[in-house]
Design a protein around this ligand. Structure first.
Ligand code: PHE
Length: 339
């Protein structure tokens, strides 16, 4: 048996194969059920017990030699086989279908990009917030309707823990830990208890901005917002500010831009007014500065807040808000070119 093994070892060492067919024949000859190796295994059963150990090792050695040799020949055949002459090794392994960025992310990133060029940095905060950061520190009176169960999702009561209804809570967190100058934008998801429809959803996204320093004026706010509107919607865009009310700003305003669909002439989208509303803004109420540890006798500030869905609608005319959260690939694919 030893002789047989040695003879096979020599034979295997000098094997050659030029194509797949020859390789397969070798595999059958040595490794198949009726092959050489199995024949030896059958003989092995009759080997006297005291020789089993040595013979077993030799047999294993032979098995390894055969499998390694066949693997080596297989690799050689694969690179020389004429049928692979047209191999283009520079080609991408397979077409990788790339995903697209979500339209809300595209627009959010654009907003962030514009404000970072104006010197604003990013701030972040939790979506599950306490009443202080969402309402009290923002000058909401204890009986303000926005605290009502109608609008706010309560996670716990007394003390109240809520899903933030606006990212102003992040402004509060920044002010309580930073002294002016402060120049931040706070992008994030917010929640309001509204029935889901084409025009409303129980969550949406905001980007709020806060600027606090000495001698900050409404004019500064207006210029920053005009620059933003023109960067976002085109150089011809006009803005107008209408008086409004927010508990945390005084004076407060809502900003419209000239309708970017009809250019201000009037169309169905702007309800024939030529204007569309895009954000709320105002001078930070001194009570808010004081509540958050900033001396309102020394510092002033402005703030603004916009809905990312709203801006995205204006840019891409998405008719149904629900499309943003359904992740229908047909909808998302429409934004490939915007990526
Ligand atoms: N927080 C306001 C909202 O959610 C938006 C806003 C922010 C308005 C800052 C004025 C100033 O509607």
């Amino acid at each position: 048996m030893i002789e047989k093994i040695n003879r096979l070892l020599e034979e295997v060492a000098s094997l050659t194969a030029t194509d797949e067919k020859a390789l397969e024949e070798l595999r059958i000859k040595y490794l198949s059920k009726k092959g050489e190796l199995n024949a030896l295994m059958a003989e092995f059963r009759n080997v006297p017990a005291e020789q089993k150990r040595e013979m077993g090792q030799r047999l294993n050695g032979l098995k390894t030699a055969i499998t390694e040799k066949l693997a080596e020949l297989r690799a050689a055949v694969a690179t020389t086989d004429a049928s692979h002459d047209d191999l283009d090794l520079t080609r991408t392994a397979y077409p990788i279908p790339l995903g697209t960025r979500h339209p809300l992310s595209i627009v959010k990133n654009e907003i962030i990009d514009i404000f970072s060029r104006l010197g604003f940095s990013l701030a972040d905060g939790p979506e599950i917030e306490d009443d202080w950061h969402v309402f009290s520190s923002m000058n909401f009176a204890p009986d303000h309707p926005a605290r009502d169960m109608q609008d706010t999702f309560f996670v716990e009561q007394q003390p109240d823990i809520v899903l933030r209804t606006h990212t102003s809570s992040v402004q509060s967190r920044v002010m309580e830990t930073t002294q002016p100058p402060i120049r931040v934008i706070c992008p994030g998801r917010v929640y309001r208890n509204e029935a889901i429809s084409a025009r409303a959803h129980c969550f949406f996204h905001q980007v709020e901005g806060l600027y606090v320093d000495k001698d900050v004026s409404f004019t500064d706010l207006k210029q920053v917002l005009l620059t933003f509107a023109r960067e976002m919607f085109g150089a011809d865009t006009r803005i107008r500010l209408r008086p409004s009310y927010f508990p945390f700003t005084e004076p407060s305003a809502e900003m419209d831009i000239s309708c970017n669909i009809c250019g201000g002439k009037g169309c169905g989208f702007c309800k024939h007014t030529g204007w569309v509303e895009i954000l709320g803004c105002g001078m930070v109420d001194p009570a808010v500065l004081d509540a958050n540890g900033i001396d309102s006798k020394v510092y002033k500030g402005y703030a603004f807040g916009m809905g990312v869905e709203r801006i995205t609608n204006l840019k891409y005319q998405v008719s149904d808000l629900r499309l943003f959260s359904e992740n229908d690939v047909r909808f998302l694919d429409e934004f490939i070119s915007a990526n």
